[in-house]
Design a protein around this ligand. Sequence first.
Ligand code: SF4
Length: 454
Amino acid sequence: MPIKGTDVAKKLPQRKGCKDCGFPTCFAFAMKLASGGATVDKCPYLSEEIRAELEDALAPPIKLVTVGSGEDALKIGNEEVIYRHEKTFAHAPGIAVLISDKEDDEGVEDKIAKMKELQFERVGLTLRADLFALKFQSGEKAKYEALVKKVCDAGDAGIILISEDLGALFAARDICAGRNPLLYPITKDNLEQAIPLIKQSPTPVGVKAESVEALIPLTSRLKEEGIEELVLDPGSGNFLEVLRDQTLIRRAALKQNFRPLGYPTIVFPCFLAGDGLEEILTASMCVIKFAGIIVLSDLKKDSLLPLLVQRLNIYTDPRMPLAIEQGVYEVGQPKDEAPVLVTSNWSLTYFLVSSATEESKVHAFVCVKDTEGLGVVTGWGAGKFSGDSVGAFIKKSGIEERVKHRKLVIPGKVARIRGELEEALPGWEIVVGPREAGELPGFLPALARSLTGG
Ligand code: SF4
């Protein structure tokens, strides 16, 4: 359980009238610390011992670990709940594709190409796999290093280096250290030898053991050495063991606040499953049941897309509708006689309207009003898509400077705002459009012709 604000307050110096942390009292600062809204370093009067104690107590129960670098860096961990309906899951698992250095050039090129090509647009987001998992299997270090270089040159996707041979593992790490690769596996047999090598150029580390319990001394030892960017593999041997072990780790971290297991995990459906279907079903279960990274044997469109959509659904905050930014969006290359439509900023609404407009082959402006992610009817009901507010938005949107006509299409389902909107937008004619976005292809061409006088 997270530490309470009152317990944090007991550790603070209680200097009356100090306020150096930016808060009026130590108690106010303690409350902010406990809620995650401030960091311990804001109080300069803590002893090293108390600071370390508080930092440890206030750390998230599952550590946030970053694999990769730059914009494509994958962040995993920092989860706060076991069930999505309790709050939300925070960091979606990374999907990796395995490449062995025993694969022929054609196979390697094919997987690299798929990583680039298999990207899917959905509600304004790009869904795709995240990482390459590069396995040393050939016994030829030069071959493995060539594979690592090739993948590094091919793009910015994150990298997992997999090698039982520490020499090959750390030589590969040195090739791509700037990409912050995940090194795997660190085990009880190579731990002591690996520690100084990890410390030379710290990157995240995948810790593997033959059970959940056996992970504990390994992560504890690494923590003693200040190595805490860890990803756990409890060595699960099949689908049911994965489910059991992932659940045990998540529960121990969140329910018992058991720090040695408070790290994200990695699962290898590619090694566990007997066939492609079993592999993707295992991966799908891992999306729901707590994996931080899921390694697949290949990327195939027909199984990757559903997996990515499932990941999006599970890791979308159920309390926050997907919304896009308020503004004027162009469909095609609209000119000053193009139709102007207005809709709400619920992503689904916007993408239905813009795709139907695209389908109509009419270049148009779609004005998207912020309704806090609500659809037009719900937005109207909540007072966020009223005639007044839509009118005020249109005035400040800049659309009046971009078109020479004054016709605005509103969704048919909120035809009732027409009168109010006409009052709010003097000089504009308000056209009631179809009730459903799917009817736009039949509606827009005639409107576009009337605007061009055609
Ligand atoms: S800086 Fe430290 S001592 Fe001063 S008010 Fe804040 S918590 Fe208290």
